[in-house]
Write a protein that binds this ligand. Structure first.
Ligand code: ADP
Length: 572
């Protein structure tokens, strides 16, 4: 059972008070007993004196006279006359005192013989009651008087015993006072206790109690102030933590926090995705047990003093950069990044730079050769003009290359810069035909725009123009003399319009080439296409332009001969 502070305080004060009160009562009783004994002694001395003076005479005391005196004394008085040698000469309780034993050794008699008077309290052998024996020595006789010694406690409770009542009243008043004081202190302590219990329960909505204006109250107020500050910083911290976790959750990196015992504290969705790509069926309770994380385990267990470590994990064509950060409390974070794309881009850029250098080299070398010939060879004016024309043609190739590269970069890097509007493809193809009329005529080619009028798609006019201009250019370049270009509507699937752009040329015999013609700088027949003046970027531009429309393009050889491009473009 739990005893409250108030109960404890009351109990201990009651105990002290009880001890104190009982002490006073006992002392008072002792004192009262002393007074009563003294008074009794005086009374007994008076009886002894009276008895002796009555029996004393010239021939010595005459004990036989005492009987006649007894009527004056209290009936319960025992009177004994003892000779100096101790033999009993008279006893009012015994008719024949001779039969009583010698009283020389009775303590009161011994005292009377030595100092004149003496007393003793003891139980009478005759009636088992306590008696006060008083003895006085008169020179020739020891007179002993005795009365029952009945100073009982109950006598102290007599109505006139004011002192006792005073003590009892004080006792009760003391207890009431203690209860009041205890209640006062208890209240402060109880409030403090309730408050501490609320803190222990970690209640969010906690009212701070009104503490009294005393030292305990002061302590309570200080604790509550400290607690309030703690709560405030706790909530500030939790807001910051929430922000941080939210940031981690949407981070473009896979992040996982580990506690110092290597158990997982927190991870974001991307980490889980990457983890699943690296480890099949990862054990979330023991992520680091996977082989791919052996280096993490080693680093964490090592005491190198280093706090940062990174390495790449390769897993089926994908590459992940793992970075490990160890914190002061030995907890750590593992950050995963999918660098496959970056690697691919880096490789592509390397290839692209190489390709561009290669593409530039040919026309530049030609121009240089033609100009060197003009400068160094003794040429006729007609021959010089021929070389200048050749050099000029190569500058056209360079311009085309630069234009195509610029367009391709613009499409790839700023696809958002293009506006999309309804575009009539029939009209657009008419324009393309118009532009290339001389080239078509030169090759005796016919151009059949069989698209319904109008054929509206949602697109960027400039880009769509590039698409069909490039396809027509290619047909002119590669389909050969006396061929046809046919543009037809295949149909519509959902939101997508399907169009065929086909020529009746030779097509691309080798299927391996067919699958690569959309790559940058890819040419089926290096020598021939170069002569045709192609940059090798035409179909790359076509594909990228179609892709940013949300469409698609593929190429196939027609059964009847010739190359066919199937395009899908959105109608709205
Ligand atoms: P280029 O600028 O060299 O024409 P493209 O990317 O436009 O480059 O074309 C890639 C290659 O695809 C060309 O080198 C050519 O060999 C082949 N090709 C393109 N269109 C046709 C076509 N209509 N018929 C046959 N081959 C074609």
């Amino acid at each position: 059972m739990k005893i409250t502070y108030k109960q404890k305080l009351t109990l201990s004060f009651v105990l002290i008070f009880t001890v104190f009160t009982v002490g006073i009562i006992l002392f008072e009783q002792y004192r009262a007993r002393g007074y009563k004994t003294e008074a009794l002694e005086e009374k007994l001395e008076a009886y002894s004196d009276l008895a002796y003076s009555y029996i004393s005479g010239v021939q010595g005391p005459d004990v036989s006279k005492i009987d006649s005196l007894l009527a004056l004394f209290p009936s319960n008085l025992r009177l004994t006359c003892v000779s100096p040698d101790g033999s009993v000469r008279y006893d009012n309780l015994f008719a024949d005192p001779g039969q009583l034993e010698n009283h020389a050794q009775r303590p009161e008699v011994v005292a009377a013989r030595s100092v004149g008077r003496g007393y003793d309290i003891r139980t009478s052998a005759s009636n088992s009651n306590p008696y006060l024996y008083f003895a006085k020595y008169y020179g020739d006789m020891v007179v002993r008087a005795a009365l029952p010694y009945d100073i009982e406690v109950q006598h102290l409770l007599e109505p006139d015993n004011v002192f006792l009542y005073f003590i009892v009243v004080m006792f009760v008043a003391g207890i009431l006072l203690i209860r009041y004081v205890g209640g006062h202190f208890g209240g402060s302590i109880r409030r403090l206790r309730d408050f501490s219990e609320a803190i222990a329960r970690n209640e969010d909505e906690m009212t701070i109690p009104q503490f009294p204006q005393d030292e305990l109250g002061e302590i309570g107020r200080r604790i509550s102030k400290g607690y309030k500050r703690l709560k405030e910083s706790e909530s500030r911290l939790s807001v910051e933590r929430e922000k941080l976790l939210q940031h981690v959750q949407i981070s473009a990196e896979g992040i996982c926090f580990f506690k110092s015992d290597r158990s997982v504290a927190f991870y974001n969705g991307l980490f889980l995705r990457y983890l699943n790509a690296i480890v099949s069926n990862p054990d979330m309770n023991d992520i680091l047990s996977a082989d791919a994380f052996a280096q993490v385990r080693e680093f964490i267990l090592s005491d190198s003093g280093e706090n940062y470590y990174e390495y790449t994990i390769k897993k089926s064509k994908r590459e992940f950069l793992l970075r490990l950060n160890r914190f002061e409390d030995n907890s750590f974070e593992v950050v995963l990044n999918d660098v496959s794309e970056q690697e691919k881009t880096r490789r592509l850029k390397r290839e692209m730079t190489g390709n561009i250098a290669h593409e530039l080299r040919t026309p530049v070398t030609s121009i240089r050769g033609f100009l060197e010939t003009i400068l160094e060879m003794p040429l006729s004016e007609q021959q010089q003009r021929k070389f200048i024309e050749k050099a000029y043609n190569q500058t056209l190739v360079l311009s085309e290359l630069i234009r195509d590269m610029g367009l391709l970069t613009k499409i790839e890097e700023n696809p958002d810069n293009y506006d999309f509007h309804p575009v009539d493809l029939h009209l657009l193809l008419d324009k393309v035909e118009e532009e290339l009329k001389p080239d078509l005529a030169h090759n005796q080619m016919s151009f059949h725009n069989r698209l319904p009028e109008p054929t509206i798609v949602r697109g960027n006019e400039g880009l769509l123009h590039s698409v069909f201009r490039n396809l027509t250019d290619n047909a002119v370049k590669y389909a050969g003399q006396n061929t046809e270009i046919n543009i037809t509507r295949i149909g519509q699937e959902g939101n997508m319009l399907e169009i065929s752009f086909a020529d009746t040329g030779k097509g691309i015999a080798d299927e391996a080439h067919l699958s690569r013609i959309f790559e940058r700088f890819y040419r089926v027949d290096e020598g021939r296409t170069r002569d045709a003046g192609g940059s090798g970027l035409g179909l790359s531009i076509v594909r990228n332009a179609v892709l940013i429309h949300g469409g698609m393009i593929r190429a196939r050889n027609r059964a009847e001969g010739g190359l066919e491009f199937i395009l899908r473009l959105p109608v709205m």
